[in-house]
Design a protein around this ligand. Structure first.
Ligand SMILES: *[C@@H]1O[C@H](CO)[C@@H](O)[C@H](O)[C@H]1NC(C)=O
Ligand SMILES: *[C@@H]1O[C@H](CO)[C@@H](O)[C@H](O)[C@H]1NC(C)=O
Ligand SMILES: *[C@@H]1O[C@H](CO)[C@@H](O)[C@H](O)[C@H]1NC(C)=O
Ligand SMILES: *[C@@H]1O[C@H](CO)[C@@H](O)[C@H](O)[C@H]1NC(C)=O
Length: 405
């Protein structure tokens, strides 16, 4: 499936100096490092690398900062052969420590021992201390072992440092798979998610009907749900108050506006609450010449989606089952590509010329990718040039929030 640029939250932390700054229209990656890429040159870890991708752990690793990945070579990976993908995910998540341990730090381990929380701990699948990894240094040798390992367990030895980017990510080689009874426990394969059923269960029954009635939009959303998808579904009352307008849209615009509610990336609520930035949507991917993005902003504990036409707030989590997240929102999202932009009170509203009119000029719908709705849809104001004038207040809060994820 063609997944062009996935919607990625754009951190505006760097804009500390400017109180007001224009948000760049192109989304940029929030993370600096890509574990798949870091490991790619090392053929001896190719199986480990492949499983990080298959289990989607690579994705989780890339979203974090201050992390240590304990890689094993291809022969050591054979210890995982008989496990299901879900179980392998649990076991490998023990190999991702949520702290930075470079070679130097390991060799200077205070008191010769420490316990580090792993990503297995962070998944919530681990009970008690089973998600912790003990790191011990004895006779100059460093070894890793799960905190709750029994006496018969063989520690995994530190072999060498593979790559370090202090203090963001360290990749180390260890001699064998670190495991625990708990991580090895069989995990039932996740039941396939029925999108319509999920949406219908809480808050979004009406939106579910709209989605299932539109074959193209449904197919796109359904296909994306296993590869990272965040769906913002308007609650039933929001769909009701938008119904008349929706009915007036062309079939093409209906599909676009439904896809506009789907962001092709997984965002936990915590991630949404700790970042401000622009997301692109499935409509962006399907309507090549159109933008179909919006700003995700958080204020206090509220996440808002600002399309420049409407501001909609996240009111509830309908389902969070990575890689799929569904959140209820209180207003139907209206893209600037289809509706009249409501200008933010700009500091210097220069009396604009007739340029705008000239831009769309004779304004016939000759653009074949246009989603122009029916006769009375307000179009002229949706020219992309306006984007540059959209000013946002840089939120200071975005800075260190990653540490929490
Ligand atoms: C990470 O790197 C791999 C291999 O170079 C690439 O296929 C993948 O798209 C990258 N992921 C991101 C999020 O950039
Ligand atoms: C891990 O360390 C803790 C104390 O930090 C200790 O109680 C526990 O027994 C250790 N586990 C193993 C398997 O060595
Ligand atoms: C939705 O996707 C699932 C795979 O996740 C597939 O089994 C199912 O047939 C799809 N539903 C429709 C109606 O296409
Ligand atoms: C829908 O279109 C009709 C006919 O063009 C118009 O009279 C009506 O006001 C429109 N309704 C909405 C909610 O846009």
């Amino acid at each position: 499936m063609a997944r062009s640029r996935p919607g990625i939250l754009l951190s505006v932390a760097a804009l500390a100096v400017a109180a007001v700054a224009a948000l760049a229209p192109a989304p940029v990656a929030a993370t600096k490092y890509n574990i798949t890429k870091i490991l790619a040159p090392y053929k001896e870890y190719s199986k480990f690398n492949e499983m990080l991708s298959k289990t989607r752990l690579a994705y989780d690793i890339n979203r974090r900062q201050t992390i240590t990945v304990l890689a094993v070579d291809n022969s050591a990976m054979s210890a995982l052969d008989h496990y299901s993908l879900q179980t392998i995910r649990h076991i490998l998540s023990l190999h991702v420590l949520v702290d930075y341990y470079g070679d130097k730090k390991l060799k200077k381990l205070a008191h010769g021992a420490t316990a580090s929380s792993s990503m297995f701990q962070a998944t919530g699948s681990a009970s008690g201390m089973s998600g912790y990894v003990n790191i011990t240094r004895k006779d100059g040798k460093v070894s890793f072992m799960t905190e709750d390992a029994d006496d018969t367990a063989k520690p995994s030895r530190y072999v060498k440092s593979v790559k370090e980017y202090p203090y963001d990510i360290a990749v180390l080689q260890v001699s064998s798979i670190i495991s625990s009874a708990e991580a090895e426990a069989p995990v039932p394969a996740p039941a396939p998610v029925d999108l319509v059923e999920l949406l219908s269960k809480r808050y979004c029954k009406s939106f579910a009907s709209l989605l299932s009635a539109d074959a193209e939009a449904f197919r796109a959303a359904n296909e994306s749900k296993d590869n990272g998808l965040t769906l913002f579904c308007p609650v039933d009352s929001a769909v009701a108050s938008f119904a008349a307008t929706y009915k007036n849209l062309t079939a093409k615009a209906k599909t676009a506006i439904l896809l506009y509610h789907a962001v092709p990336d997984y965002f936990s609520l915590q991630l949404l609450k700790s970042n401000n930035g622009m997301v692109t949507t499935l409509a962006t991917a399907s309507e090549k010449k159109m933008d179909y993005s919006y700003d995700v902003k958080n204020k206090d504990e509220t996440v808002t989606l600002q399309t420049r036409v409407v501001t909609s707030s996240v009111t509830a989590t309908v389902g969070d089952m990575e890689p799929l997240a569904v959140y209820a929102v209180d207003k139907f999202l209206q893209p600037k590509e289809l509706f009249k932009v409501v200008e933010a009170p700009a500091p210097a509203p220069e009396p604009s010329s007739k340029k705008k009119k000239a831009g769309r000029g004779g304004g016939d719908d000759d653009d074949d990718s246009s989603d122009d709705s029916t006769a009375d849809a307000e179009k002229g104001d949706a020219a992309p040039a306006l984007l540059a004038r959209w000013v946002v207040t840089a939120a200071a809060a975005a800075v260190a929030a990653y540490a929490l994820i």
